[in-house]
Design a protein around this ligand. Structure first.
Ligand code: ZN
Length: 426
C-alpha cells in the first residue's frame, strides 16, 4: 500500500496596513530576506504578493514560521542594532572556567533613541561568587589592573557576570492561540500590547506624550506587525542632532507595497545611504539641523543633489517625489521621547523644480548650511528654519533674509539666492 505523505504547509499573510511605519517595516523584512541580509531556512518562503498588496510567509508549520520571525529579529538586533563600545567588562566564561574580558555594548544612535524609552537594559547571566570564583576573580583583576576601562562587577546579591552582555529586548512571536484584532493590519490574530519597545510612536509610561494612544484605547499589535515595526528603522531616513537629543525622521509612503518596495530597491543604493550606526543616514554631519523645516529642506536638497548625478536621474527624481513624505521631529529628555512636530509633504517635486532652477544648487547647499547663527557656544537655527518653512510653502523670503543678514552680517550667496527665488516664484 502506498503511503501518501502530505507536507503540512502553514501560511501567514500581512496586508499593507496604511500605517507608514509598519508598512516600511514590511518592506524592510522582505528586502532583507530577499537580499540575504537576513538568513531564512530554505523551508521558509517570504514573498510580496503584488496583486493583493500583501506579504506572504509560508513554512512547514506555524511553529517553524514563529521560529523564523524570532530569529529574524535576533539577527537584525545583533548585526545592526547593537554596537560594541570601547569600555570592557570582565565576565566568567563557563567553558574556559575563567574570567575573560569582553566589550560592553550600546544600541546604535537612532535605534536607542526610538526604542529605549521603556526599560531596555543591558543584561548579563549571573553566577554566585563561590570561593573558587573569588580566587579567579582576584587573579583576573590583578592581571588587568593596568587597564582602566575594565569593570569586574560583583552585584548586591554577591553574583558575578557570567555571559556576554545582551539587551533584554524580547520579541515572542505567536501565530496560534487566543486572538484579537490587531490595531494595524485589522487581522484577527494573537496580539501583544503596544509599548515603546515594539512601536516607537506609542509608549509605556504616563510620562510619554504621543499621538497614537490618543486615537485608540488599547492598541494591540500582532506578531507580524510587531516584527515589521521592529525592522522599520531600516527603511526610513534619519538625522540625530543636539547631542543625540533630537531626531528627524523622513518616511516615504506609497499607494502599494510594490511601489514602496521599488523605492527602497532603486533609491538608497544610488544615494549611498549610510548605516544605522551613523548620526544620519543621509545628511552631512555638523550643520545642526535641529528644527523640522530646515531638516526637511536639507534632506530634500541632499536627495536632489545625489540623484541628479545618477543614471536615469529624471526617472529617479520622479520616483522619489511621487511618494507622500511624512516628516517627524522628536526630542528626548532623559527617557522621555516626545514627537513634537510633524509635516506631510505631497509635492516634493516643487522643491526639486526649485533646486533645478538654481544655477548652482551645490552653492545653495553651502549657503543654507551657513545660515546657523553662533551665539557663544550655542548655535541658533530658528531663522534658517523659518526660511526653509517659507521655501517649502512657496512664500516670500525677503523679510526673513533681511533678518538673517541683520543678525549675521554678510552670508555668501544669500542675496543672489533670494533674487533667483523671487524670479522663480514669479
Ligand atoms: Zn497586525
Amino acid at each position: 500500500m502506498k503511503e501518501r505523505v502530505i507536507k503540512q504547509q502553514a501560511t501567514v499573510e500581512l496586508p499593507r496596513t496604511g500605517d507608514r511605519w509598519i508598512d516600511c517595516g514590511i518592506i524592510g523584512l522582505f528586502n532583507m530576506t530577499k537580499h540575504g541580509i537576513l538568513e531564512a531556512p530554505s523551508s521558509i518562503d517570504v514573498r510580496l504578493q503584488k496583486e493583493q498588496d500583501k506579504l506572504v510567509i509560508s513554512g512547514g508549520s506555524y511553529n517553524a514560521i514563529e521560529g523564523f520571525l524570532k530569529d529574524a529579529f535576533e539577527q537584525v538586533k545583533s548585526n545592526l542594532y547593537v554596537e560594541q563600545t570601547t569600555n570592557k567588562v570582565g565576565v566568567f566564561n563557563e567553558e574556559k572556567d575563567d574570567f575573560q574580558v569582553v566589550p560592553k555594548i550600546n544600541l546604535v544612535g537612532v535605534v536607542g533613541f526610538l526604542f529605549s524609552g521603556g526599560d531596555l537594559k543591558v543584561k548579563y547571566r549571573k553566577k554566585p561568587l563561590t570561593e573558587k570564583l573569588r580566587k579567579k576573580l582576584k587573579k583576573s583583576k590583578e592581571l588587568y589592573s593596568e587597564q582602566r576601562k575594565i569593570e569586574f562587577k560583583v552585584d548586591e546579591k554577591n553574583r558575578v557576570y557570567a555571559s556576554s552582555p545582551h539587551y533584554n529586548w524580547p520579541y515572542k512571536p505567536r501565530l496560534e492561540g487566543e486572538a484579537t484584532t490587531c490595531s494595524f493590519c485589522r487581522r484577527t490574530a494573537p496580539c501583544a500590547d503596544l509599548h515603546s519597545n515594539n512601536y516607537p510612536f506609542a509608549v509605556a509610561t504616563e510620562h510619554f506624550r504621543n499621538f497614537f494612544s490618543n486615537l485608540r484605547l488599547e492598541p494591540k499589535i500582532c506578531s507580524l506587525c510587531e516584527l515589521a515595526s521592529l525592522l522599520a528603522v531600516n527603511c526610513i531616513f534619519f538625522n540625530l542632532s543636539d547631542g543625540r537629543r533630537r531626531l528627524f525622521l523622513g518616511i516615504p509612503d506609497a499607494q502599494s507595497l510594490k511601489e514602496l518596495y521599488r523605492f527602497w530597491r532603486d533609491i538608497p543604493p544610488r544615494v549611498a545611504l549610510k548605516p544605522l550606526n551613523q548620526s544620519s543616514n543621509i545628511l552631512d554631519e555638523g550643520y545642526r539641523y535641529r528644527h523640522l523645516n530646515e531638516s526637511i529642506l536639507a534632506f530634500s536638497l541632499e536627495l536632489y543633489l545625489k540623484l541628479r548625478k545618477v543614471k536615469e536621474c529624471d526617472k529617479m527624481l520622479a520616483e522619489t517625489s511621487s511618494k507622500a513624505w511624512h516628516f517627524y521631529l522628536a526630542s528626548k529628555d532623559g527617557k522621555t521621547v516626545s514627537f513634537e512636530e510633524y509635516a506631510h509633504l505631497t509635492d516634493l517635486h516643487k522643491l526639486f523644480r526649485l533646486f533645478s532652477s538654481l544655477e548652482t544648487p551645490e552653492e545653495f547647499k553651502e549657503m543654507f548650511q551657513n545660515l546657523g547663527i553662533q551665539q557663544g557656544k550655542q548655535w541658533r537655527t530658528e531663522f534658517r528654519d523659518r526660511m526653509a518653512q517659507r521655501i517649502i510653502k512657496n512664500a516670500p523670503l525677503n523679510e526673513v533674509a533681511e533678518r538673517i543678514l541683520w543678525e549675521k552680517g554678510y552670508v555668501k550667496g544669500l542675496t543672489a539666492f533670494v533674487e533667483q527665488y523671487n524670479i522663480w516664484r514669479g
